[in-house]
Design a binder for this molecule. Structure first.
Ligand SMILES: C[S@@+](CC[C@H](N)C(=O)[O-])C[C@H]1O[C@@H](n2cnc3c(N)ncnc32)[C@H](O)[C@@H]1O
Length: 244
């Protein structure tokens, strides 16, 4: 038997405290590729949720990079930070890569906010003041109203990926880009499928060998098939790029 520390995949699947549904590892992996991010880059994320995607993004951009993570619910933001810190401490991974913000990505006004919220909104609008992001990941039910801000802060030629559990959300998001006449162009929409397989001895062959008193090497595996239990659909990923 081999004992290993939980990988980030296992941490997200088994140990992460869920305040909101986390981005699944198979989708997080695809988001990293679709954003085309690498060490040293600056990435924007909303919402923080349980902090799973924040961890993947932080690992990808590394110590020279940064992640700005925006979450409208304070309880979710605190939960995401706690999940991140627990992992970071256990792996001597720097905490400071992610800047956590409580705020609404779709808000474009400071009206009707309480004083503490105004301070937060000002801090966030400072982060979102220029075209400085190499990539944006949006995992929220309605990304449409946030896309104007995203289009403003993303560098030209770089990518936005929206994580959307149902196809109705995909259609709404595509419509919002057209309605607002944003300089975002769809690159592609994908669904990531990953099939688990089962490998095991065939009981009939094992029984026959036992009847014939034949030795069957323990290592022989005679059945290989897709597992009955599968993670089937999780989400659609819509990738946009910013045009000039
Ligand atoms: C599905 S969760 C995100 C999970 C996260 N990607 C993770 O891996 O743990 C969606 C989050 O988006 C937040 N959210 C929804 N609309 C938002 C907005 N306009 N601005 C900021 N956060 C928002 C929700 O409160 C929720 O916590």
């Amino acid at each position: 038997m081999v004992c290993t520390r939980p990988t980030l995949e296992k941490y997200v699947e088994l140990y992460l405290k869920r305040s909101a549904t986390p981005t699944y590892p198979k989708d997080a992996m695809a988001i990293m590729f679709m954003l085309d991010i690498s060490p040293g880059m600056r990435v924007l994320e909303a919402g923080s949720g349980s902090g799973a995607l924040s961890l993947y993004l932080a690992r990808c951009v590394g110590e020279r990079g940064s992640v700005v993570s925006v979450e409208k619910r304070e309880d979710h933001s605190l939960a995401a930070r706690a999940n991140y810190s627990l992992w970071a401490k256990a792996h001597s991974f720097p905490d400071r890569i992610v800047d956590w913000h409580v705020g609404d990505m779709s808000a474009d006004t400071e009206e009707a906010l309480r004083p503490s919220e105004i301070i937060r909104a000002k801090k966030l609008s400072k982060e979102l003041s220029d075209e400085s992001f190499d990539g944006v990941a949006l995992d929220m039910a309605e990304p449409g109203p946030s896309l104007a801000t995203v289009a403003r802060v993303l560098k030209p030629g770089r990518f936005v990926v929206c994580y959307l559990p149902n196809i109705t959300q995909v259609l709404q998001t595509l419509s919002m880009v057209k309605i607002q006449n944003l300089n975002l162009q769809v690159v592609r929409t994908v669904e990531c499928q990953m099939r688990n397989w089962t490998f095991e001895p065939n009981p009939r062959i094992v029984t026959k060998a036992m009847r014939l008193k034949e030795d069957l090497p323990e290592q022989i595996i005679t059945v290989a098939r897709p597992s009955h239990a599968q993670d089937t659909h999780t989400a659609f990923l819509v990738q946009f790029t910013k045009t000039a």
